[in-house]
Ligand binder design. Sequence first.
Ligand SMILES: C=C(OP(=O)(O)O)C(=O)O
Ligand SMILES: [Mg+2]
Length: 399
Amino acid sequence: MTLITDIRLRRVLDSRGNATVEADVTTESGGFGRAAAPSGASTGEHEAIELPAHEAIANAREHAVPRLVGEVFAGDQREVDAALHAADGTDDFSEIGANSAVAISMAAAKAGADVLGAPLYQHLGGTFRGDQFPTPLGNVVGGGEHAEEATNIQEFLSAPVGAPSVTEAVFANAQVHARIGELLEEKGVPANKGDEGAWAPPIGDDEAFEIVDQATTEVSDDLGFEISFGLDMAAAEMYEDGEYVYEGEANRSTAEQIDYVAEMVDEYDMAYVEDPLDENDFEAFAELTDRVGDRTLICGDDLYVTNVERLQDGIDKGSSNSILIKPNQIGTLSDAVDAIELGAANGIQSVVSHRSGETEDTTIAHLAVGAAAPYIKTGTVAGERTAKLNELIRIEEQA
Ligand SMILES: C=C(OP(=O)(O)O)C(=O)O
Ligand SMILES: [Mg+2]
């Protein structure tokens, strides 16, 4: 029933206005799935390769489509993803493009779910999934590679860790975002928005810490549950010649960077710090995790690039207690689920994540619920972000 009978690939727009790959997968019994690849700006050095959309489409049409159509069942995700790897023939999807691979992988999953008549999260996770929801980490202030003339730190993330439901958590993050907008206006700070819809004010990191702390505390008091906050430092983007470069402040050595992050974790009681150190420095990550990992999540994004071999290295070295999961960093849903499961088996908490360039695709909301990931990072406002957040609200209502 789920034999793939047709795959269509096209260029569509992402939220930055760039071309990305959209895939339609149809099965023998009329099952249908459509999905589109997201795209990063602060990409990890070890990510699977995204090709220009037209090239990824041409190469996937030549190599992947003939291996899937009439050959593979959309209901068997492992089979779909193995065929994508075989069609590509490299270890980083540089032949067909990770953008084509992930779009086809996700579209096939949706087609499989469609035939079964089951929600995607249940098709991915099994019938006993749907009772555990991720806490949404919401980007409320940011800069780095996502906005010019804004904070050095890429993302300040509202973390409604005490929310009684995912719906209340989603609305809490939106309220924090709105309150920050008011606080910036009161201070007379002109606030544009970055690629993910977070405020991108021309202020230093110190001031951003204070504003985010104030907003999360006020909204927490108003709503009556704990709202902490966290960071994505995207430190690989700051790392030059052995130092962390901060515009408008002194650079920091690795030891100083570790001290700085550890101090901020304690000063602001932060729940989460992503990529606080360079993407190849497993040892410095381990030092920081050793210092503060009992009271906050130290998450590897560019460090692991959703790759089980890099994650195993991090597990062996004690580099972190959390991993970011971006399906397009590794190319298929099966690879992403493998990383979540390896993490879970070793006490590493998964954060399923969007990219800074997104589409209206909602697959990651289902992946987070289907794989019982404890966190999801998918923005706070902006249509391509609220698409996922609103899908979580719907899943919670149905489950
Ligand atoms: C979402 C992120 O940004 P990008 O997609 O630009 O890598 C991130 O770094 O976590
Ligand atoms: Mg990141």
